[in-house]
Design a protein around this ligand. Sequence first.
Ligand SMILES: [Zn+2]
Length: 343
Amino acid sequence: MFKIIVEKSPKSQIIMPRFLANFIPSKFFNLFSGSSSDNDNVHENVDGISIENIVNGIKNRKYDHIIFMCGAGISTCMFKIVFYLIQLIITAGIPDFRSPKTGLFHQLEKYNLPYPEAVFDVQFFSSNPKPFYHLAKNLLPDKFKATPCHYFMRLIHDKNQMLRLYTQNIDSLERIAGIPADKLVEAHGSFHTGHCINKECRKEYSFESMKKIVLDNDREDNVVYCEDCGSYVKPDIIFYGEVLPERFYRLYQRDFINCDLLIIMGTSLTVQPFASLVELVGPHIPRLMINKTRPSSGHFSRNNRDVFIKSETDSACLELAEKLGWRDELEKLINSDDSDNKT
Ligand SMILES: [Zn+2]
């Protein structure tokens, strides 16, 4: 069975600085006129297919089995930090783990972790969930807000043109944007629910009930205990040592052969087996990738069915909506956002 593996990269390529960039307001640039002051921020219009072809294909309903694949780049700040810290731990190891710059992890030293990854290791969690809940308390946002990019995907769903949305993110923002659960494959699980780790019990807990405990400042620790059996409760995010959800394996084989347009957003395709999914669509199916950096692996190339847009996903989705004549509809959805109260 597949497990989550983050491809190792040399230290010089560690992506820690990238999340810091999220705190810097991004420049607005026009993707389609190429009028950016930053020459790097242009979309690549290859011979075989262009962004205009893709836009027309969506508009004319040539594409009505669209699959989205999403990564941390579409997520909110706090979850980007979680995601990148996880990758940092794996790629950088102990020195950065103890660096003053990552003070939060420094705090975890008091738990005497046998190795940094233990925070997210299911075996370790079963014996000591305190470090994980310590992190969760510090990193979980109190409120959740879906992004324009999430609402763009919701619009594709509302037009009955979405086959499925595969996400690596654990923040449930796709659900908050109103995309129904049957359209989602949360490949790395989500915080939406949690379960008691006692195999005899497995009582389910909502995010709301876990959050109340995790964020409670009056508790000595913020571990969630099962109210029926007293065992630990673990959010349904996929830890090291766990296989991906059964739903992922059940759906990807039949979904990707039926896909007529693949849109990849906010991921550099570094985490397997998720990254390899892009290979499963038919050889002539167009693949549009929107990301701030080029894919680091060979899963996406400049052949005549691939289009790469180097951009923040939100601004690219707003531009796409403009091109599609959906800008008003998209803004209406964004403005109707009451997601703060939904989770
Ligand atoms: Zn229980």
